[in-house]
Ligand binder design. Structure first.
Ligand code: C2O
Ligand code: CU
Ligand code: CU
Length: 468
């Protein structure tokens, strides 16, 4: 049934109304043959102007710019030839608007989404979420970025306009006729051999001698990135999954696992015109499988001299840390173990995905702060898993690792931006991560899962049910 939309009366603001479609297409990604892809397109029908920004030269979904508090009504048409459903990653929306695989709709069908953006300013994203087909559909292009703004963020002197750049990272593999190849395996999921940025290979940012806000989104099937600039430009994080940090953080490199976002304050103001800077993923081991190969991600070419007046703010946002003693189960964490089961693959909470199945320890109470523990300490075949909770931004309370996991942990976790609000957390082999998480006020069935999309498709996903 379609919701009643359109007429705004009284003081109710006008909803942002979009028509979106998911359909096959082709993209000129490499020289020569074009590549078959899937793509979202969107048109704005009503609401505050300038919400939809197609990314030039990209087959990925358009950038959606949305103000906090905005009601969004999106009619999504499915023309991809198989089931489809859209998930609004990071947003706190009602269960029936969240894009659960049980709400997938067939080719030729449409679904009307209607929700209000309650989240703070930040870099969120939308992507397909069909049971067992999420990886291939996202890999082929069904993903896009949502940038949410709010008054607190608008008041800060941050890079804006062409100096505020969303960058979607996906690794890929092409065959000799330039078609995407998807060959998953149980341990890795799927790792490509080349990195696409905003759907383009050999991506170059033509930059001025200015400071940039780079909003990195890891939309890869499985690849974990360990990112650094080739010329030693400092890695300064100002935001992550749930928006701005309380204060900037400088890191030796930044670790970004699938599903995570990070916002960098990238200062190119002192660079000579003509210089070229690579953003690379550095080699590492210890995340298991074949993770950790070195690859070039993108290049920044300094092409123009311009004066810069911005300076890095010492404080960015007001983030009130949760207190452990305020969690209702402070002495008795809710534990969700990661394990590997013969013939099943990786599981969460001891069982594979069941469309609507919920175990007794997956029933929680709305608006309740809990200590949630994810363990990756069982079995011989440990790999790193980015664990994501739907509809929630949580705080990372503590990490600990077994002696055997130390060496690998040391190669990636120092680059994790654990401050601020998170919806996805990398859990390394041998690691235990404690989260302080307040469940949504929305009741119903929500997902938590590994954001290695191949693991997710293999069943490393579970429901939790929020009760009134
Ligand atoms: Cu971005 Cu359930 O995922
Ligand atoms: Cu999500
Ligand atoms: Cu996983």
């Amino acid at each position: 049934a379609r919701a009643q939309v359109g007429v705004a009366h009284g003081r109710v603001p006008v909803p942002l109304m979009l028509h979106m479609s998911a359909a096959p297409g082709s993209a000129q990604i490499l020289a020569g043959n074009s590549t078959s892809v899937l793509r979202y397109t969107a048109q704005q029908l009503a609401g505050p102007s300038g919400a939809v920004h197609p990314i030039p030269g990209s087959h990925l979904g358009p950038l959606l710019r949305i103000a906090r508090g905005q009601r969004v009504v999106v009619d999504v048409h499915n023309a991809i030839g198989e089931d489809h459903v859209v998930h609004w990653h990071g947003l706190d929306v009602p269960a029936d608007q969240d894009g659960h695989p049980k709400d997938a709709f067939p080719h030729g069908g449409s679904r009307l989404y209607d929700f209000t953006v309650r989240n703070r300013a930040g870099t969120y994203w939308y992507h397909t979420h069909v049971d067992m087909r999420t990886a291939i559909q996202a890999y082929k292009g069904l993903a896009g970025v949502m940038v949410v703004s709010d008054a607190e963020e608008r008041a800060l002197p941050l890079p804006r306009g062409r100096f505020d750049v969303p960058l979607v990272l996906q690794d890929a593999r092409f065959n000799s006729s330039n078609q995407l190849v998807y060959t998953p395996n149980m341990m890795d999921g799927f790792l490509g051999n080349t990195v696409l940025v905003n759907g383009r290979s050999d991506f170059v940012l033509q930059a001025s001698t200015r400071i940039y806000r780079l909003r990195l989104v890891n939309a890869s099937v499985a690849r974990i990135y360990k990112l650094a600039f080739s010329d030693g430009t400092p890695i300064v994080a100002i935001g992550n999954d749930g928006g701005l940090l309380a204060a900037p953080v400088q890191l030796p490199y930044v670790t970004l696992s699938p599903g995570e976002r990070v916002e960098l304050w990238a200062d190119f103001s002192g660079k000579p015109v003509g210089s070229q800077i690579e953003l690379r993923t550095l080699p590492f081991s210890g995340a298991g499988g074949s993770q950790g190969g070195a690859l070039d991600v993108m290049r920044v070419d300094i092409v123009q001299s311009e004066p810069e007046t911005l300076t890095l703010p010492a404080t960015l946002a007001n983030i009130v840390p949760y207190q452990l003693q305020n969690a209702v189960n402070a002495n008795n964490p809710r534990v969700f173990p990661i394990s590997m089961q013969m013939m099943v693959g990786f599981t969460l909470n001891g069982a594979p995905f069941q469309m609507t199945g919920v175990a007794a320890n997956e029933i929680v109470q709305r608006d309740t702060l809990e200590l949630v523990r994810i363990t990756n300490t069982s079995g011989m075949m440990q790999v790193a898993h980015p664990i994501h909770f739907h509809g929630r931004q949580f705080q990372i309370h503590a990490r600990s690792v077994t002696p055997g996991g130390q060496a690998g942990w040391q190669q990636l976790v120092p680059g994790c931006v654990d401050a601020g609000w998170k919806d996805t957390v990398l859990v390394m082999p041998g690691e235990t991560v404690d989260l302080l998480l307040r469940y949504s006020k929305h009741t119903g069935l929500f997902l938590y899962h590994c954001h290695n999309l191949a693991h997710e498709d293999d069943g490393m996903m579970r429901n939790f049910r929020i009760d009134p």
